[in-house]
Write a protein that binds this ligand. Structure first.
Ligand SMILES: Nc1ncnc2c1ncn2[C@@H]1O[C@H](COP(=O)(O)OP(=O)(O)O)[C@@H](O)[C@H]1O
Ligand SMILES: [Mg+2]
Length: 293
């Protein structure tokens, strides 16, 4: 099989891991930068050009689309899908997952546990929005933040108001969220490939920090899921339409609460923590689905 990997940087661990797994399994694999793909459309004909070369002869595409490239990345993935390639990431699911508001609305509507969240656009009623969220402290999140950046813990109502006002002034939409204190700075990352749980790790925030992101200095270790947690993670991935994803959840008094479903989950943390060949599972997923010619 000929596999195309979309990635801005072939040297990244996740990209490397996928390339190695594909070669180990006897496939031809090439990495191209989605931001430099030209999309050509004409009646009944779609093509992709990369550095003046037409990209053809591929059976599957594995998109690794970072946060900064969501919009154009989705257009490139859509083009390959319409050209008949099997994609491990659906372009619509990517767009939905990248927005914290739309993903949480969607998950909550389908009965998935999420931290209680308030979204407001009214600068004149900030205090009421804070009251609607619940007691202090509370979490304030940027709509499109990532790696823990743009996730703030506000201790007092006054500071919460000031933070929200500042973001509104900067034309940044925010989510107000109840703080799940009993999670004690830990969250669980569940890696899903083709509706199956393939890797699980717990991440613990460093001392004095509540965000457990590895990018924020968190540490990780292997953990087991309860049946309820496994069910919630698989349901969230299925609802979001993401076949390869990282579901993040908090353990709370109310049961598992899903924070987000990542459409391009990093592989370094989960592969090194669990010693599981996740990239190999992604390649096997392509093998099962790609149309061979
Ligand atoms: N409501 C919350 N209560 C407690 N901890 C939270 C809450 N929301 C987020 N966190 C912590 O902050 C981290 C980052 O939040 P998240 O919503 O996943 O943003 P990002 O997309 O930047 O990773 C989470 O992994 C978790 O450890
Ligand atoms: Mg996160």
């Amino acid at each position: 099989m000929n596999i195309l990997v979309l990635s801005r940087n072939p040297a990244l661990y996740s990209t490397q891991s996928i390339v190695d797994a594909a070669r180990r399994r006897g496939h031809y694999v090439r990495v191209i930068d989605h931001m430099y793909c030209d999309l050509v459309l004409d009646k009944g004909k779609l093509e992709v050009y990369y550095e003046n070369e037409r990209i053809e002869g591929y059976h599957a595409v594995i998109p690794r689309i970072g946060n900064a490239a969501t919009s154009y990345g989705a257009a490139v993935v859509r083009q390959f899908e319409l050209m008949g390639l099997f994609s491990t990431l659906n372009h619509e699911a990517l767009l939905r997952a990248r927005n914290k508001i739309s993903s949480l609305q969607f998950l909550a509507a389908h009965g998935i546990g999420v931290p209680k969240t308030v979204i407001s656009n009214n600068p004149y009623t900030i205090e009421d929005s804070i009251d609607l969220t619940g007691s202090m402290p509370m979490v304030i999140k940027l709509e499109n933040g990532t790696h823990g950046i743009g996730v703030i813990l506000a201790d007092k109502k006054r500071s919460a108001e000031a933070i929200i006002e500042t973001f509104q002034k900067m034309k940044q939409r925010v989510l107000l969220q109840e703080f799940i204190e009993e999670a004690k700075g830990a969250d669980i990352r569940v890696l899903i490939v083709d509706d199956k749980i393939t890797g699980i790790m717990q991440r613990q925030a460093k001392e004095g920090e509540f965000r457990s992101n590895l990018h924020r200095g968190g540490t990780s270790f292997v953990v087991r899921l309860s049946e309820e947690e496994a069910f919630a993670a698989k349901k969230a991935a299925r609802l979001m339409g993401l076949k390869v994803c990282g579901v993040d959840m908090l353990r709370s008094k109310k049961g598992p609460l899903i924070l987000e479903v990542n459409a391009s989950p990093g592989l370094e943390g989960i592969e090194t923590t669990t010693k599981i060949d996740i990239a190999g599972k992604i390649i096997q997923f392509c093998e099962r689905n790609a149309v061979k010619t």
